[in-house]
Design a protein around this ligand. Structure first.
Ligand code: C5P
Length: 309
């Protein structure tokens, strides 16, 4: 009896990947390294606000973007999604002729890794569209070339990032955490915030960054009150120095009933941990009404990393 030849897998016409935003529940920052980066102990938590990145065959590499903040997204080759497609195509010697569409729901203001999410999403989507067969390790290595936060966007969940934040160890997150994000008007440049960190710490011996055991335990237990008591961001004084009005946003969120608030990453987004979903809606409404931010969004964590949908 003859065995039928295996049918080759059909090349998909389009691939869509859903990628989450992140918040840093702890961002411990060391002294500036000779390469200009800073060693970190960066506790990432993926949150349920998502961009969807769709790639389709096209005659040339192009990017489009939809969503309320779409006008603020660069559509040229500086976009991490384009750089991801170029990096994978370069490794495989193929023509990066794809149309990348970003359906953007992650706030563009900064501090939530929206650009990194699009880089990780485009990379995974191109790998599937081109059937490039990249291993997880290769995808993570390309992500690390694209930016310090990009590997975490691929992985999601909860993780400790060391080195410049790109070396990840998966962490346990033992429950659902409710968050509210206050989206500021305009952005804050990440290099400028790190530069301000260096300026504020001039002449000071900056300790080695280490993850807080109490914070990791709170995360593993799913204990929101204990996590609230241990949230920490070493970049916060620098972000507040460059954008003093963020103090008003932090105060408004706490006054509205948040357990705690902090600047997310290098800002200017501020993140508030709250006790439950109802409180999240109330705090989001109060923050929006406070006039101290452009808008506020409620979301739960942890969320899955980049996922083909
Ligand atoms: O890696 P990424 O491109 O996201 O970094 C943007 C900038 O943030 C870097 O050029 C650097 O100024 C700063 N940075 C840093 N230390 C890190 C991560 C980022 O100084 N660990």
């Amino acid at each position: 009896m003859s065995v039928p030849a295996p049918v080759p897998a059909a090349t998909p016409a389009a691939v869509t990947v859903r990628v989450p935003a992140k918040v840093n529940v702890q961002l411990a920052v060391g002294a500036a390294r000779p390469d200009g980066f800073h060693d970190l102990a960066n506790v990432f938590l993926a949150v349920g606000l998502y961009d969807e990145v769709t790639v389709t065959e096209s005659d040339e590499l192009r990017i489009t973007c939809s969503g309320p903040d779409a006008g603020q997204v660069p559509l040229d080759r500086t976009n991490l999604a384009a750089r991801a497609a170029l990096a994978l195509a370069g490794r495989r010697g193929i023509d990066p002729a794809v149309h990348i569409h970003i359906a953007k729901d992650i706030p563009v203001a900064g501090g939530m890794a929206g650009g990194s999410a699009d880089g990780a999403g485009a990379l995974l989507a191109c790998d599937r569209l081109w059937q490039a067969g990249a291993s997880r390790a290769e995808l993570l290595s390309i992500c690390a070339e694209l930016g310090s936060d990009v590997p975490f966007s691929l992985v999601g969940g909860a993780a400790l990032g060391t080195g410049r934040g790109e070396q990840l160890r998966t962490l346990e997150a033992g429950g659902t955490f409710h968050w509210v994000f206050a989206v500021a008007d305009g952005g804050l440049s990440t290099p400028a915030v790190y530069g301000e960190f260096d300026r504020l710490n001039e002449g000071v011996r900056v300790p080695e960054p280490t993850a807080s055991e109490a914070l990791l335990a709170a995360l593993a237990k799913g204990d929101a009150e204990a996590l609230a008591a241990t949230l920490a961001n070493d970049l916060q004084p620098a972000a507040l120095s460059l954008r003093p009005s963020l103090r008003d946003t932090l105060e408004a969120g706490r006054a509205a009933g948040a357990l705690a608030g902090l600047v997310s990453g290098s800002g200017p987004t501020t993140a508030f941990l709250v006790g439950d979903g109802d409180t999240a809606e109330k705090v989001a409404q109060a923050l929006t009404a406070s006039g101290t931010c452009r808008t506020a969004r409620a979301a739960v964590a942890p969320a899955l990393g980049a996922t083909v949908v």
